[in-house]
Design a protein. Structure first.
Length: 249
């Protein structure tokens, strides 16, 4: 399995003292071997319950920058395609889900293909915790590429991490990165609760000079998750589309 630089902050440091139950990035353990019946059940769960039949038609795969791609939840055949693109690391923004067929098959396929699977569960419908944001900033600075990052649909969490990656690692202006990767092109609807991602970045731009150097100090010392959550308001119709029709996580 390919090596990946493990962020040095995992599970320690003053930034995480108030958030003991914080989910941090972890490298997935080797997958348990699935029996043929288990693999069939996992496939049916992935294809029917997790809407994999939609992703077989449209995977929402897009290039972010050299050596980085974003997509929806991959099936094993998608991971083979990623491997053929040169990908070495898979960043799973849904996190570890041992009872989910899609994750079981993803973990098994990564082992078989020699890909490093990094699990990092983040939210898309409410502001992220301070520790999660600091972990994300550290991760985009240290993770090995070529990389494929994904959530379930490839719209919201993938957009957040793509934007953060371009801003903090590639030096792209934040507003420019947001304009590309937090857009309807990928299925991101900013008028719904998922628009809290845009609102978070806009608050950072409003309260700072918008530079890379300002991001981590702002998160550490100024960012107020609860206040941001109270101030953000979704459009009820957009919320209906995202929650009831698209059934986003």
């Amino acid at each position: 399995m390919a090596s990946v630089e493990v962020p040095h902050y995992l599970g320690s440091g003053p930034a995480f003292e108030e958030e003991d139950d914080l989910d941090l990035p972890t490298i997935a353990l080797p997958a348990p071997e699935l029996t043929p019946p288990q693999r069939r059940r996992a496939f049916l769960d992935m294809w029917l319950v997790d809407h994999g039949f939609i992703r077989d038609v449209y995977w929402n795969l897009h290039r972010v920058t050299d050596g980085v791609w974003r997509a929806a939840q991959p099936a094993p055949h998608h991971l083979r395609r990623a491997r053929d693109l040169g990908v070495r690391t898979i960043l799973n923004l849904r996190g570890r889900r041992d009872g989910c067929g899609a994750y079981q098959l993803e973990r098994e396929a990564c082992d078989r293909l020699g890909l490093t699977l990094v699990d990092f569960p983040i939210r898309s419908r409410s502001p992220l915790d301070r520790g999660t944001l600091l972990a994300a900033a550290e991760l985009v600075a240290s993770i090995e590429t070529p990389m494929l990052l994904h959530c379930k649909s490839g719209a919201d969490r993938a957009g957040f991490m793509s934007t953060l990656y371009l801003f903090l690692r590639e030096g792209v202006a934040l507003k420019e990165a947001m304009g590309v990767h937090l857009s309807l092109r990928y299925g991101h609807i900013r008028q719904a609760k998922t628009g809290v991602i845009d609102f978070f970045f806009e608050e950072f731009l409003r309260q700072t000079d918008g530079s890379q150097a300002a991001f981590v100090p702002w998160v550490q010392n100024v960012y107020d998750r609860d206040a941001l959550d109270v101030r953000f308001k979704e459009n009820w119709l957009a919320g209906l589309v995202v929650n009831k029709i698209l059934r986003r996580e």
